[in-house]
Ligand binder design. Sequence first.
Ligand code: DQA
Length: 144
Amino acid sequence: RNILILNGPNLNLLGQRQPEIYGHETLADVESRCAALAAELGLVTQFRQSNHEGQLVDWIQDARGAASGIIINPAAYSHSSVAILDALNAYDGPVIEVHISNIHRRESFRHHSFVSARADGVIAGCGTEGYLLALRRLGSVLGQ
Ligand code: DQA
């Protein structure tokens, strides 16, 4: 079973970017931890990051019929992107939204996520461990 893990803008700077909020781990570290857990769970992950909304939309469209589930940290696009919401609404499998920080404890403009209207589950404030929790959830939802 194939899981697509998508990361939105500025997450390429994870580890360097506001480490007091997002921690010191890099996105490459998160990718390898996800791959290791996925192997244990009998899943295969494809891990991607883009700073471009349209690229994320294209990848979500490509997941139709190709990925068993999606984990997405839409980053700042969570709070603005109807296009990403629409793309996810055209995808049939389970979707888990992840935020490294607790968006509800931060500025009010981060409290609303368009993606949450589609997500089957939302994980926020668990640090990068949120990606691993999301993988475990998809593993159980998909019957692994
Ligand atoms: C984030 C939270 C967003 O508000 C922010 O724009 C991000 C990262 C998180 O993982 O905590 O870039 O999605």
